[in-house]
Design a protein around this ligand. Structure first.
Ligand code: ADP
Length: 494
């Protein structure tokens, strides 16, 4: 019997009906922290004063011969840490004296913890995907683990400048928590390391904290931190936090994709509205011109006079050009969206192309009063897609004309062995600084009202083409003084 008591992995004690300890096995020593010699002959140590009467009644019932179910108890160990046990007590007849109570104590801490882990992951599976708003998903994530697993939880995301920033946090009220969440949370440097390495970091404590990466699926990368003063986190907590972070990353990714899809749909609707309006107006104007000329023709054999006919045809020419230009832009838009912007590089002289484009603009330049000056090296060789570069030049020069108010325009080529620089400078209306950051975005227009026709696609397409060639575009502008658009292009030799 003694051997069984010694070897039992279950904590066992034998108590008199008044709670005096008669047997206290090694498993009980390990579970509670009190040694056998400290408790034998004394009142059982783990029963708090406030629970004593209830416990005595329990012992009385047992010795009266009642068969009682297991009792779940929230106790404290000798060192004050909390302990969840199930106590099974039965009556033992002792030949030398009154009946005693045999108690077996099963440690429920681990089982409770596993249940809590399962509940948290189940809840995460329910709650996180339910929101298709990334911000709401992050809010839910921060709240899920508090208070069962953490007194404070934070979610960090990497900024565009690569710095980790706490975007949402949740925590117990300062009165309910023994933890100074600020002082005991992982530092920004630790969070940054976790994001970079993708490896969790654990500070056992207590106070204890852990930091795990938010799975790579969710862009931008981030991290999740838990902090508690209650106990020391261990590897199982890290595994739980990792599992939670993976679920969150998946939900965030879905939410982002959904938002992206919504944006695409909105862009398409916007495009349809703009395109139908912009395509409609030149068609109406063309129709009017045709009707006017028809009416003039019907007046007699000499009508309309040649000069009137010429004006009408010029206008119709401009209208159809505008129409074709818009249709080309819309086609490019859908090509770029579908990732089908193909480039066909060939050896060419960019200076020659600039001269060709400038010649094409001669009639419009003459009409606007703008003077176009070219500053070109004798040769500017490289390998580029000729048609696409023609499009870039045409867009920039036509904007310089459109927004240039008749002022001089300069096109300059310069560069090094590795790259070429193209500057298109005008002395026109310029662009207000607040419009500059958005200027190369789709449908962004800085020009006031409808004073200048256009849909805001030209510069966006120019940027897409230039970037597809490995180059970049920038603008320097001052309202009322003018703008310079600068394109840097690698020569793409070889
Ligand atoms: P669009 O000219 O069709 O509106 P773009 O994409 O070519 O579209 O240009 C976007 C906006 O940038 C224009 O609406 C205009 O406000 C501004 N912009 C472009 N080029 C110039 C320029 N040379 N001077 C002043 N503003 C310009």
């Amino acid at each position: 019997m003694e051997a069984i008591l010694q070897a039992s992995p279950v904590a066992i004690h034998l108590l008199e009906r008044d709670g005096t300890v008669r047997v206290w096995n090694p498993a009980a020593e390990r579970l509670f922290g009190w040694a056998r010699d400290e408790v034998l002959g004394h009142r059982v140590p783990w029963v708090a004063e406030s629970q004593w009467d209830a416990f005595r009644r329990h012992l009385e019932q047992v010795v009266q011969g009642e068969v009682l179910p297991g009792l779940e108890l929230e106790l404290q160990r000798r060192d004050g840490t909390p302990l969840h046990v199930e106590l099974w007590t039965s009556c033992v007849a002792v030949p030398t004296g009154p009946a005693q109570c045999l108690g077996m104590l099963v440690d429920l801490t681990e089982r409770r913890r596993s249940d809590a882990f399962r509940r948290l992951l189940f809840e995460a599976g329910e709650v996180l995907p339910a929101s298709l708003e990334p911000d709401a998903t992050l809010e839910h994530l921060a709240r899920l683990a508090v208070p069962a697993h953490a007194e404070s939880c934070r979610v960090y995301l990497e900024d565009t400048d690569g710095r980790a920033r706490c975007v949402v946090s949740s925590g117990l009220d300062a009165r309910a928590s023994r933890l100074d969440a600020q002082a005991h949370a992982p530092s920004d440097a630790v969070v940054a390391d976790v994001i970079t390495s993708g490896e969790a970091v654990l500070h056992a404590g207590p106070p204890s904290w852990l930091c795990v990466p938010l799975g790579r699926r969710g862009q931008p990368p981030g991290a999740l931190t838990f902090t508690t003063s209650e106990r020391a986190y261990d590897a199982r907590d890290v595994a739980l936090a990792n599992a939670l972070a993976r679920r969150a990353a998946l939900a965030l990714d879905n939410a982002r994709r959904y938002q992206e899809a919504l944006r695409t749909i909105r862009t398409r609707e916007e495009l349809l509205a703009i395109a139908s309006h912009e395509l409609r107006s030149p068609v109406s104007a063309l129709h009017l011109q045709v009707q006017n000329l028809r009416a003039l023709l019907d007046r007699g054999p000499d009508a309309p006079p040649r000069e009137r006919l010429q004006r009408g045809l010029d206008l119709m020419g401009r209208l159809t050009k505008r129409q074709a230009h818009l249709i080309d832009a819309l086609l490019d838009l859908s090509r770029i969206h579908a990732g089908r912007l193909e480039l066909n590089p060939e050896p060419m002289d960019l200076g020659a192309l600039v001269r060709e484009v400038a010649e094409r603009f001669e009639p419009e330049l003459a009409g606007s009063g703008s003077l176009l000056t070219l500053t070109l090296p004798s040769e500017t060789p490289g390998r580029w897609d000729r048609l696409r570069l023609d499009q870039v030049l045409t867009n920039l020069v036509s904007n310089a004309l459109k927004y240039g108010r008749g002022n001089p325009i300069q096109v300059e080529l310069s560069g090094t062995d590795a790259q070429v620089r193209l500057d298109v400078r005008d002395g026109g209306i310029g662009i207000a600084p607040e419009h500059l950051p958005q200027l190369f975005h789709r449908f962004e227009r800085a020009a006031p009202g409808r004073a200048f026709e256009g849909v805001g696609l030209g510069l966006w397409i120019v940027r897409q083409v230039v970037e597809a060639m490995g180059g970049s575009i920038s603008v320097h502008s001052e309202p009322g003084v003018g703008s310079t658009f600068s394109v840097l292009l690698p020569r793409q030799r070889g």
